[in-house]
Design a protein around this ligand. Structure first.
Ligand code: C2E
Ligand code: CA
Ligand code: CA
Ligand code: CA
Length: 275
């Protein structure tokens, strides 16, 4: 038994080393590709639920590496956060997104995801202002998406920062709403403009009447708090039918449009301009 235990330990140890090795290799590759301009943004449209007109696009980072292949953001964003690359990656996503969106029609919004350590940098506001200047992007067309995790540490400082950034004209969405553990008090106190309701609620609501009530309640809560709401992850006509009874502001999901390369979003914009 002792012997087996030792072997087990060794197997575990080796795979740990391999994991660390792979993580370091990936970090290096990610930084290199960031510097080379090999990361891309995909853009997913979102629509007003009132008339299904195009309201804007959410920028989502994409990384395809020559050896690692397509690495999903759920892998490389946490990697970047853990290895200190997130500020560089975050600056890139903001700059690239703003640069591209600065050419869109004047009413069209750009939503950019901001990760917690990125937001918490002391220099975040200054960097954001520089990027807006450089790209000539109007601040009131930019939405920053942050998650409840941002409240884990010093919520007063977060509040102060959010308030300052909102003074620039930039708006805030609370992403993945309902999946975290922060108290509803934050919601009421924080000046968010929009709640993005996590797609797990929609998936449950299809099968479960009480989950549907939760969706309805969140939509109403948003209304009462003067916040807009987005239902994410609409994939089917049946889901669209179901959510059309809920009074939310925006709709987003594969049913309407997948995240796509910048050259492919023109048709959404052209169709909107024709309306
Ligand atoms: P998120 O911000 O919640 O983005 C929504 C995710 O759901 C995206 O996954 C999107 O492709 C996917 N999605 C959209 N509609 C549907 C649908 O109808 N069905 C299904 N099954 N999925 C749908 P993606 O692009 O893989 O991104 C995953 C997460 O990675 C994002 O979640 C976000 O948290 C993070 N992320 C992506 N790009 C960036 C970035 O530039 N910066 C930061 N900080 N995080 C990013
Ligand atoms: Ca998001
Ligand atoms: Ca989300
Ligand atoms: Ca997410």
């Amino acid at each position: 038994a002792k012997h087996a235990g030792k072997d087990c330990y060794r197997v575990f140890d080796t795979s740990m080393n391999e994991q660390v090795h792979r993580m370091n290799a990936m970090r290096e590759a990610l930084e290199k590709d960031l510097d080379n301009g090999a990361l891309k943004l995909a853009f997913q449209p979102f629509f007003r639920s009132s008339d299904q007109s195009l309201a804007g696009f959410e920028a989502l980072a994409r990384w395809e590496h020559e050896d690692f292949g397509f690495v999903p953001p759920d892998v490389f964003i946490p990697l970047a956060e853990q290895t200190g690359l997130i500020n560089k990656l975050g600056d890139w996503a903001l700059r690239e997104g703003c640069y591209i969106a600065s050419y869109w029609p004047p009413h069209m919004k750009l939503a950019v995801n901001v990760s917690v350590p990125q937001f918490q940098q002391e220099s975040f506001i200054e960097r954001l202002e520089n990027i807006l200047d450089e790209t000539k992007m109007e601040a009131n067309r930019l939405e920053l998406e942050i998650t409840e995790a941002v409240f884990a540490d010093n919520p007063e400082a977060v509040m102060e920062k959010v308030t300052k950034i909102k003074r620039l004209g930039v708006s805030f969405s609370l992403d993945d709403f309902g999946t975290g553990f922060s108290s509803l008090m934050y919601l009421i106190k924080f000046p968010f403009d929009k709640l993005k309701i996590d797609r797990s609620f929609l998936q449950q609501a299809e099968r479960d009447e009480s989950a549907k009530k939760v969706l309805q309640t969140i939509a109403r809560l948003g209304e009462q708090l003067k916040m807009e709401t987005t239902i994410e992850g609409i994939e089917t006509a049946e889901q669209l039918q179901m959510v059309s009874e809920l009074n939310c502001t925006y709709l987003q999901g594969y049913y309407f449009g997948k995240p796509q390369q910048v050259i492919d979003i023109g048709r959404f914009i052209a169709r909107d301009v024709q309306r």
